[in-house]
Design a protein around this ligand. Structure first.
Ligand code: ZN
Length: 297
């Protein structure tokens, strides 16, 4: 165990099927996400770590037994929306219908209130901050959808890289848990999950959490079931452009080993426990307030 292991970090898993969520949202889900999620459950059980699973509504419909297994293993079940539609492609009412549908599905399965949300592909940006008000109106208390580093299609420049209370455009509040990022040479680079985690050596992620913990912040890591599936791209029948195949397949083989090391080096709690362990969270507000548009309100 390393010196900074006492901070409350969290691991989150977006339970979805790669083909449907990344390649084409109109495709049916394959069964692969079930067996890959079981691999993650086994890895967590092996070290007694509980995590937060943001479950896609479509995945819950297809595999309610899996969701019950996640819950029975002591993990936190929260929402990744229903159909993996990017927030900026939806109107506010379409977004509301998507999150309400997934919330009800998961509440029916778990018997518990669903209060945490992560947007598909982190698509709550300065242009879609209205979605935060919809989330609050739907009963969500925390969100993990604002990527703290600007990327090509998502992320907010200057967003806090630590847990905070975020003011919505309508003046309400939701707790925001950004994924972990690493500060180097005055810049932040995204290291806390997904493709970055696959491509960077493990030492970069370890430094990320050490740095955040040394600054007094817990870190949030994210991963997907398909990252436990190194043979998926070779077995799929569906045509996938070679560039995407290459980018999405890189680093999958060594991914589970990195997670095992992470689980051994740091302490993790669920995201709700991470929130509960914080006192006096800072408040953040984005100054720009986007006007309603065809794709938002
Ligand atoms: Zn997703």
């Amino acid at each position: 165990m390393i010196a900074s292991a006492r901070m409350h970090n969290s691991i989150s898993i977006d339970v979805e099927d790669w083909l449907q969520s990344v390649v084409d949202p109109d495709l049916p889900l394959t069964d692969r996400f079930c067996r890959n999620t079981h691999k993650i459950l086994d890895a967590l059980a092996g070290v007694g770590v509980r995590a937060t699973f943001f479950v896609l509504g479509l995945a819950a419909e297809k595999a309610p037994k899996l969701i019950r297994e996640i819950q029975e293993a002591g993990h936190e079940v929260q929402s990744h929306g229903y159909g993996h539609r990017l927030v900026h492609t939806l109107t506010a009412e379409q977004f509301r219908a998507d999150v309400e549908r997934s919330k009800k599905l998961l509440e029916d399965i778990t018997g518990l209130p669903i209060t945490g949300y992560r947007a598909p592909a982190f698509t709550i940006t300065l242009d879609t901050l209205w979605a935060l008000d919809v989330l609050v109106e739907c009963g969500f208390r925390y969100d993990s959808s604002v990527f703290p580093v600007p990327m090509r299609r998502y992320g907010i420049h200057g967003a806090p890289h630590y847990i905070h209370r975020l003011k919505t455009p309508d003046g309400r509040e939701i707790i925001e848990l950004p994924v972990a990022s690493y500060r180097i040479a005055g810049r932040r680079i995204p290291t806390g999950g997904g493709g970055y985690f696959r491509l960077f050596p493990y030492s970069v992620l370890r430094r990320t959490l050490r740095q955040l913990n040394a600054d007094g912040h817990g870190g949030t890591i994210y991963l997907h079931p398909h990252e436990y599936d190194p043979v998926e791209l070779g077995e799929l029948d569906h045509p996938v452009p070679w560039k995407r195949r290459m980018h999405q397949g890189l680093g999958r083989k060594g991914f589970p080993r990195k997670i095992d090391r992470l689980l051994a080096d740091f302490d993790f709690v669920t995201m709700q426990e991470q929130i509960d362990s914080c006192t006096d969270l800072p408040v953040h507000e984005y100054r720009c307030r986007p006007e309603p548009s065809a794709s938002g309100r």
